[in-house]
Design a protein around this ligand. Structure first.
Ligand code: UDP
Ligand code: MG
Length: 319
């Protein structure tokens, strides 16, 4: 039995790029069908993440014109990670394998062929890894590299230079669905699922049209979220820092008592104030870090839905 493949493609305000990339996805999919690698029932599924432009109209039209296109629409914008998860969970019921990919054509669609080959050889998860970042600006390149280094330093296991372009088997998706957390960072969660996995390398090209939705602010938020969702190391660092500062202060106290008895106490207003401010800063930072964990616990206890599917393109009539 040939496996049914679903491309899962989150789209947020992508009216400019969708008409360009949709035929590219179709061509790759049909190529694989023709070569008997995957089933006729394979599809390209777009997830409209509450776009404010014509994205959903385009998806709907594509699905009406062409049987290989499908789409679901979330009830509102929930962000890339949630949209992707929603799409994967929806596709899991229909497919044997899914490949998640961005809709802007930045990730080389042709690499998905190699991913399917790896699946046919027995891998459950195949990560798409960037060969080079030549197409990214110097700024994006350095911040992105820093991002992976920071994650690693903080104890979050990720695949270096891998974004969310990956193949997952039904079995791996089923395991992923057992991870019930609402603070999701798929790049860090998928390696935790385990199973046999491998990587496929490709060149990342510039966006074909439209603009990136990940400015520095969002990237920093994603890094912080990724760390605090998957690691408690920052809390340990804060604790360690607390111990260190307490120890130093203790020595300082002994030292000043000794100075007092030696009768050589010096007027040091500026140094005192700066130390007090420094400690105040560290305390605020530490409370902030710990607070963000408490915030996450709060969100997790509410267990709100991670995404809500509002509509789906009609499929029945075509079969
Ligand atoms: N995206 C989404 N919801 C959002 C933001 C982005 O579904 O709130 C999608 C977007 O349409 C694209 C993918 O996530 O397919 C990656 O976004 P983008 O290309 O803007 O990020 P970059 O590649 O610059 O990191
Ligand atoms: Mg992109």
């Amino acid at each position: 039995m040939k496996p049914i493949l679903y491309f899962v493609i989150p789209c947020y305000n992508e009216e400019e790029v969708l008409p360009v990339t949709a035929p590219m996805f179709r061509e790759t999919l049909c190529g694989m069908i023709k070569d008997d690698m995957i089933s006729e029932k394979s599809r390209i599924m777009f997830v409209n993440d509450g776009s404010r432009d014509k994205t959903w109209e385009i998806i709907d039209r594509l699905s009406k014109e062409d049987e290989y296109f499908e789409g679901i629409s979330l009830s509102r914008n929930r962000g890339h990670q949630n949209a992707l998860l929603g799409g994967l969970m929806y596709a899991k019921e229909r497919a044997d394998i899914t490949i998640s990919i961005d809709c802007d054509g930045q990730d080389d669609i042709n690499a998905s062929r190699e991913m399917v080959e790896k699946y046919l050889e027995g891998c459950d998860i195949v990560y798409g890894v960037r060969n080079s970042r030549k197409s990214d600006s110097f700024f994006k390149r350095t911040t992105a590299r820093g991002f992976y280094k920071l994650l690693k330093g903080m104890g979050v296991e990720t695949v270096y230079d891998h974004a969310d372009y990956r193949l997952m088997s039904k079995r791996a998706l089923e395991a992923l669905s057992e991870y019930k957390e609402v603070n999701i960072f798929l790049r860090g969660m998928v390696p935790l699922v385990g199973f046999k996995s491998t990587s496929v390398y490709y060149d990342r090209t510039p966006r074909l049209a439209g603009e990136s939705h990940y400015p520095l602010k969002k990237m920093l938020a994603l890094a912080f979220d990724g760390i605090t969702s998957l690691s408690t190391k920052p809390i340990k660092i804060v604790t360690g820092l607390g111990f260190f500062v307490t120890f130093i202060s203790f020595i300082g106290i002994i030292w000043s008592v000794v100075q007092y008895f030696l009768d050589s106490a010096i007027a040091g207003w500026a140094s005192t104030v700066s130390i007090v401010c420094f400690l105040g800063g560290i305390q605020l930072l530490s409370i902030g870090i710990i607070g963000s964990y408490i915030g996450k616990i709060y969100l997790e206890t509410k267990a709100r839905p991670r995404y809500i599917i509002a509509e789906a393109t009609e499929q029945e009539e075509k079969k």
